[in-house]
Design a binder for this molecule. Structure first.
Ligand code: FAD
Length: 486
């Protein structure tokens, strides 16, 4: 069942009135993208595109390695540009470079070892998080930190230093013990906090700029049953609510809050706590296929006339049921495909995310409301999460404790629409920078090089390392072409 362009809706005071589906995790933004869309480039086998379909790039050749040796040989034999792709969910050409050798990591997806007793797994990085879950769930273990969508690859998650809804755990680097990399020199090296530490801290969050991460060793934790609770909280009081009710609460595993677009004045805060209660969903993992039946039907139904009524009468209540008890692995294993929808050649959903120190929460919220309201934007959800400081990666986005604001929006694919989005995006970036914060890099490349440099003040150390490890600038993509001075 294919979806056409999703319905657009009128604007509420300030922002789009469409209240988005709340599914509980990932900021519950309900953003719905079909991964098949990322591969709707069959007419030209050498075009690599991402999930937005906004960034078609013609590469010279595509390698689909299955072993580290194949990756090594591909790199050794290559004298020109090399780009790296995982599941292709980044949104600004971070996976590709014109006339590069594109290394498609998705077939490089086997486990290396699992030590259930020590709670460690090592995998090839083309593996998707959902497949990691499949390996560890029989041991009643969970990935300590994974992105909110399980169809991303491990390598893609590491390379953007992703984060999920985990309370107090911060970005993915905090759960990585070691990585193996293939460098431009043709060396295969191990990196960890103890060994080649600069490489470890550069490659995680390094967007494929330092080489190919071939293996990752990850911390695991016990899988537990978790129960959902939902609080409506005034937006202005949310930081205090988070601090007093969530941050220190020993049992809360996952948490996020969605701004209510009806008034832009309150949030629905969703928490998942460890529990001994009986399961209300007995499946241990989400289905492995592309889409759940409910997801398909639900999203198809939302295309029909009367969809708003269906949403408020049926779907929102289902999504916001209290006392839902599930396994942590079940809740952590959301699949983007299960949410339906897609990008088409004329339209796409997209994301952006801003990281704001808690003391500037109110300033940013007020800028956000104003900028979205004044611009020709079509936001569908804003989800708030928290991350503790994790400043050790060279391109850290959380140099202090931060609240993150993830904005999901709907845009046309025309150049004009991209220009419009670029204008309000740069305003939001300026606001975040003015708050002493940052913005997230896996999305569209609207930031100016100056904004990039301010948001990532250790970029010079990253670039110096890149120049040392990759002197001929072989590992490249659209993002590095824009921000790496060479
Ligand atoms: C709907 C949606 C929701 C999202 N929500 C979140 C969120 O809540 N939190 C969050 O942190 N992120 C989020 N993201 C962003 C997501 O984490 C990144 O897009 C992530 O990169 C996706 O993984 P991927 O496998 O698709 O990576 P890709 O997009 O394929 O690659 C991303 C980058 O990693 C590089 N790369 C990939 N594999 C390797 C490798 N093995 N070695 C070296 N470099 C490599 C690529 O060159 C590229 O620069 C979201 C994205 C979408 C589309």
């Amino acid at each position: 069942m294919t979806r056409s362009r999703p319905p657009r809706s009128g604007k509420a005071p300030g922002v789009n009135r469409r209240r988005f589906l709340t599914s509980g995790a990932m900021g519950s933004m309900g953003l719905a993208l079909n991964p098949r869309a990322a591969f709707a480039d069959d007419d030209d086998a050498n075009i690599v595109n991402d999930v937005t379909l906004l960034n078609p790039v013609h590469v010279e050749a595509i390698a689909t390695p299955h072993t580290t040796e194949e990756i090594l040989h591909a790199v050794q034999a290559r004298h020109g540009a090399i780009s790296i792709g995982g599941a292709r969910y980044s949104m600004g050409g971070q996976i590709a470079e014109d006339y590069s050798l594109h290394v498609d990591m998705r077939s490089f997806n086997k486990p290396v070892f699992l030590d259930a007793e020590k709670r460690i797994i090592r995998v090839q990085t083309g593996m998707r998080w959902r497949d990691v879950q499949e390996l560890i769930d029989p041991h009643n273990l969970s990935v300590k930190i994974m992105p909110p969508y399980a169809d991303f690859t491990v390598g893609g998650g590491l390379s953007v230093n992703a984060h999920g809804n985990y309370v107090g755990l911060g970005p993915l680097v905090n759960s990585v013990r070691a990585i193996q990399m293939v460098l431009a020199s043709g060396a295969v090296v191990e990196a960890s906090r103890e060994q080649n530490a600069e490489l470890f801290h550069g490659a995680i969050g390094g967007y494929g700029g330092l080489g190919i991460i071939t293996e990752a060793e990850l911390d695991l934790v016990p899988n537990t049953k978790i129960v959902r609770s939902i609080d409506r909280v005034p937006l202005a009081e949310y930081p205090a609510f988070f601090q007093s009710k969530v941050q220190g609460a020993p049992n809360i595993v996952l948490h996020n809050a969605d701004i209510d677009f009806g008034d832009f004045d309150s949030v629905l805060a969703t928490s998942w706590r460890r529990t001994d209660k009986d399961l209300s969903v007995t499946e241990r993992l989400r289905p492995g296929g592309d889409a759940t039946a409910f997801g398909n039907v639900k999203n198809w139904a939302l295309e029909l006339p009367g969809a708003d009524l269906l949403r408020s009468a049926v779907i929102d209540p289902i999504n916001s049921l209290e006392d839902v008890v599930v396994w942590r692995n079940y809740e952590a294993g959301l699949k983007m495909s299960s949410l339906g929808d897609t990008a088409t050649s004329s339209h796409t959903f997209a994301l952006q995310e801003y990281f704001i120190p808690p003391e500037k929460f109110g300033v940013f919220v007020s800028d956000l409301h104003r900028i979205l309201g004044e611009s020709d934007s079509n936001p569908v959800n804003v989800s708030i999460r928290h991350s503790p400081k994790a400043a050790d990666t060279l391109l850290s986005w959380t140099r202090s404790d931060v609240f993150s604001f993830e904005i999901a929006y709907d845009q046309d694919s025309t150049l004009r629409a991209q220009t419009t989005v670029g204008a309000w995006t740069r305003q939001l970036i300026d606001s975040a920078l003015g708050c002493g914060g940052s913005y997230f890099l896996p999305y569209q490349l609207h930031a100016t090089p100056i904004q990039f440099a301010r948001a990532y003040p250790n970029h010079a150390a990253f670039f110096a390392l890149k120049n040392r490890l990759d002197p001929n600038y072989q590992f490249r993509n659209r993002m590095w072409d824009k921000y790496f001075p060479g």
